[in-house]
Ligand binder design. Structure first.
Ligand code: UDP
Length: 373
């Protein structure tokens, strides 16, 4: 059996969010005897460092932005990418990006006659760009049914749904660290509600804070820990002060070891207005946490209402607060939902299952061009 060289293109060299973390998990877990990945990133950053630390070869190649698609810049990028495909004996291009990176990879795929997988993780359609990129792609992989809706007509026929998976060894139920608890100033026994994510508008954190205010009226001792960062952090902190939530909400900043924080939570809340997928839900469920999440985008594909958590309408702080209060007041129900969540992630969303599904797409594309594994 020969080793297949796969070139994966990333949108960013930084760890921007779940898309880059999913790419990192995938390349690290590809069966090394069958697949040899090389990753191309448009610039340096934490993703590049993590890949290199894991022994994955990385090439930095700047991609011209859509707006300045000047012929000379594009041709230079295309030539460098095509040279890489040749030099590294690449058999498959796997594009973990949209826009310019996907465009350049798609064109090079055509030029070098290498199949192109376009891995799409965002549900908002982009009109003519989607139609163009879909034509250039041999297969489109989406990470949720919500993202699949982005494609219609002939593009839809190319779509394969592969949900993300997570490494269950990194997210395992266990006792929280007392040191971390003390560091966050959490008194023993207080109920802790938490969330993890980027503080950008569509994640809906302003509604979570409204819900925290309502929960406080019923359970004054409840504490909230928000892990993550983003452009709205300052605004959210100001909102907390306005709502008198200063002592009740802690912004923990962006953390690499998210599992340590999840272990502290009695309940996990995701207030998204429209989630593409929501890796954080898998992580919280894998840690055995009951989840309160909005019924938006890909969320209901992960969270089963009444089975692994409670779904509430997006942008509805009253409903969110009622769900949080009900689970904080019924710990037996919360732990049943949490245990069911862990089982669901084990059976449906393991990294092993995800990688097998991606490898099956690789095999089918190679098979189609008569290049058997
Ligand atoms: N994350 C992290 N540290 C933080 C906040 C988030 O490592 O402080 C990770 C989180 O554990 C998850 C990812 O970022 O794996 C977010 O992925 P998700 O699909 O939930 O959202 P996205 O940011 O991709 O929209």
């Amino acid at each position: 059996m020969r080793t297949v060289h796969v070139l994966l293109c990333s949108e960013s060299g930084e760890l921007v969010g779940g898309g880059e973390l999913s790419l990192l998990d995938l390349v690290t877990a590809l069966v090394p005897s069958r697949f040899a990945p090389v990753v191309v990133c448009p610039g340096p950053g934490a993703l590049v460092e993590r890949l290199r630390a894991g022994g994955i070869p990385v090439e930095i190649l700047p991609f011209p932005p859509w707006r300045s698609l000047r012929a000379i810049g594009v041709l230079r990028t295309l030539a460098r990418l095509a040279a890489l495909v040749k030099a590294r004996r690449i058999s498959l291009l796997h594009v973990n990006a949209t826009g310019r990176v996907a465009l350049c990879a798609g064109l090079v795929g055509r030029w070098r006659r290498v199949p192109v997988i376009w891995h799409v993780r965002v549900k908002e359609p982009e009109g003519w760009k989607d139609r163009l990129l879909a034509r250039l792609a041999t297969r489109i992989v989406v990470n949720s049914g919500a993202v699949a809706m982005r494609f219609t007509g002939s593009a839809r026929a190319k779509v394969t749904l592969i949900h993300n998976g997570i490494d269950l060894r990194r997210f395992t139920p266990g006792p929280p660290s007392e040191e971390l608890r003390r560091g966050l100033g959490l008194p023993a026994g207080v109920p802790v509600v938490g969330s993890v994510g980027r503080f950008v508008a569509y994640k809906g954190y302003a509604y979570l804070l409204e819900a925290a205010r309502l929960v406080r009226q019923k359970i004054p001792e409840a504490r909230w820990i928000l892990v993550g960062d983003g452009e709205l952090r300052g605004e959210l902190e100001a909102q907390c002060r306005r709502l008198g939530l200063d002592g009740a909400v802690t912004f923990a900043g962006w953390r690499e070891r998210v599992g340590d924080y999840l272990a502290l939570f009695d309940l996990f809340v995701l207030p998204s207005l429209g989630e593409h997928f929501g890796r954080v839900l898998l992580e919280a469920m894998a840690m055995g946490k009951a989840v309160v999440a909005t019924d938006a985008g890909g969320v209901p594909e992960i969270v089963r209402h009444g089975e692994t958590g409670l779904l509430v309408p997006p942008a509805d702080p009253e409903a969110m607060a009622a769900a949080v209060v009900s689970l904080l007041q019924d710990r037996a129900l919360a732990s049943r939902l949490g245990a069911a969540g862990r089982r669901r992630v084990e059976s449906e969303f393991s990294l092993g299952r995800h990688v097998e599904a991606v490898e099956a797409v690789y095999a089918s594309l190679l098979d189609a061009i008569g290049d058997r594994l």
